[in-house]
Design a binder for this molecule. Structure first.
Ligand code: NAP
Length: 488
């Protein structure tokens, strides 16, 4: 961003107009201690949002040119004197060097923006440590979850939430207002004891993805080993044929659809188990076991990984004819047929099988793409509950049925061919059908009117064997009350 651009308001007071709950920003002076990456981006954003900014540096002369001209860059003590709200954009290990400022900082609000390099790195959070060094100040934890880049590029391009916590409500409100004027969404996280949790957030690595990724890797490993035995080890042991060349593409490409298909069924299996539990206990108010709760929570990630494997399978399949091995085998077959003087090699059944197999595969991939797109928060938020449930539940189930057709047309009659049982191991596709077919059959059973009706009643609050108070109008129009079993 050029210095000229820095002076222009990016956001102005957008979003605060007409909102009486937001204090006007103009006129308020905000202090920033430190002149590093974060301090610079913060100062630019504050200036653009209409605040007066005063930066406190150990070496203001050298650092002044890095800040917008509208921001005043001065010595730390000078800066602190001019404002009541000070952002401490300094690393934790340098907090103690600020102790000389304790007197001028007394009674002011310190905003701790710091992060650690490891989760739970220190016993006490950085914010609590800062509060212990400056007991006469009010410390608010906040802004550590936004990066310097997000601050500069505007809230439109990055995460909009700013998590805030403090033991002082008034100070927390002041910082929340500043965040709001800057275009962020402040989220109250309670007391300063929550600072540790807030400081750990930027360090977490895909917490919701761990279980689904391990699940996908586990399935991949199992199916890969199974396919390796059937496609590479079996021909080597039985016919002394070296088929190692199949490992990078063919074995991987037969493994990916297995993982994708089973993962897709695992998105819908917990729903089936939950429905079974509700039907069995006759209530929706009984807690599911923890493992089922966790499984239900991870369905989105499992579905996205299923889509990822399906997309890779499509790319691998498109590349199959590019391989040298494929060309050699094609020429070899053509030469053999020429030698045997076979003119017509057209097999009607094979042609139809392949046409249907590819067509349903493309449709399944299209539906999976739709599911993946609608699971993005920005798209999901634009759908109402019925639309979201139609896409994720109905279209998702149709995707599972079409994937089953894709698998069946791939397998065709191989399950009944004894040559396909290598080391007595059935073809891989028959194994993949187990869970998806169980889900499809269960879903069909649940759609039977008698079961569907009972499930719907349970989901609306009806409970088996529970006596409910009822109020009925009598023949005279008066109301009489009594008790009955909702079961009757
Ligand atoms: P930085 O570029 O290294 O800046 C740190 C600043 O601290 C220096 O420029 C220095 O400014 C000041 N400072 C004060 N006393 C110091 C001392 N004794 N020794 C060394 N420096 C001293 O770091 P940063 O990236 O801006 O990060 C600053 C804080 O913001 C950290 O706590 C970090 O965790 C947090 N944060 C950063 C980001 C980000 O994207 N960078 C995101 C979230 C949170 P003077 O020389 O002018 O005094």
């Amino acid at each position: 961003m050029s210095r000229g651009d820095m002076a222009k308001p990016l956001l102005g007071h957008r979003g605060t107009e007409g909102d009486p709950s937001v204090t006007p920003a103009s006129g308020r002076t905000i202090g920033v201690l430190g002149s590093g990456d974060f301090a610079r981006s913060l100062a630019i954003r504050l200036v653009c949002s209409g605040f007066k900014v005063v930066v406190g540096s150990r070496n203001p002369k050298r650092k002044a040119s890095l800040f917008p001209s509208a921001a005043e860059v001065t010595f730390q003590a000078e800066a602190v004197k001019k404002t009541d709200v000070i952002f401490v954009a300094v690393f934790r290990e340098h907090y103690s060097t600020l102790c000389d400022l304790a007197d001028v900082l007394a009674g002011k609000i310190l905003v701790d923006v710091s992060n650690n390099t490891e989760i739970n790195h220190h016993k006490e959070s950085n914010a609590e440590y800062l509060a212990s060094l400056f007991p006469a100040c009010t410390v608010v934890k906040g802004f550590n979850v936004v990066s310097a880049w997000t601050l500069q590029s505007g809230a439109r391009d990055g995460n909009k939430q700013v998590l805030i916590c403090s033991n002082n409500q008034e100070a927390k409100r002041t910082v929340a207002e500043i965040a709001q004027v800057m275009g962020f969404t402040p989220v109250d996280m309670g007391c300063l004891s929550s600072a540790c949790e807030i400081e750990n957030i930027p360090l977490r690595l895909l917490p919701a993805w761990k279980i689904p990724i391990f699940l996908a890797l586990g399935l991949f490993l199992c199916f890969f080993t199974y396919n390796l035995i059937r496609q590479v080890i079996h021909p080597f042991i039985r016919e002394q044929k070296n088929k190692l060349y199949k490992i990078p593409i063919e074995v991987v490409n037969t493994t990916l659809p297995c993982v994708s298909y089973v993962m897709l069924s695992l998105v819908y299996l917990p729903g089936v188990l939950a429905a079974c539990s509700q039907l069995y206990y006759g209530t929706k108010y009984r807690r599911f076991p923890d493992w089922l709760d966790q499984w239900l929570l991870h369905r989105k990630q499992i579905g996205l990984l299923s889509f990822f494997c399906a997309a890779l399978h499509a790319v691998y399949s498109l590349c199959l004819p590019m391989r040298r091995s494929h060309r050699y085998l094609l020429i070899e077959t053509a030469v053999k047929q020429a030698v045997e003087k076979k003119m017509n090699i057209w097999v009607e059944e094979e042609v139809w099988r392949m046409e249907i197999y590819i067509s349903v595969g493309i449709i399944a991939l299209g539906l999976l793409s739709l599911l993946a797109i609608t699971s993005l928060p920005s798209i999901a938020n634009s759908l109402n509950w019925r639309e979201f449930s139609f896409v994720q539940s109905t279209l998702g189930f149709i995707a599972l049925v079409i994937s089953t057709l894709h698998t069946l047309t791939y397998g065709w009659s191989r399950a009944f061919d004894e040559n396909q049982y290598k080391f007595y191991l059935p073809p891989t596709y028959t194994l993949t059908l187990l869970v998806p077919c169980t889900v499809i059959i269960a879903k069909v059973i649940f759609s039977l009117p008698c079961i569907q009706h009972r499930l719907l009643r349970i989901r609306r609050g009806w409970e088996k064997g529970r006596y409910v108070k009822f109020v009925l109008p009598s023949a005279t129009g008066e109301y009489s009350s009594g008790e009955t079993s909702s079961n009757v």
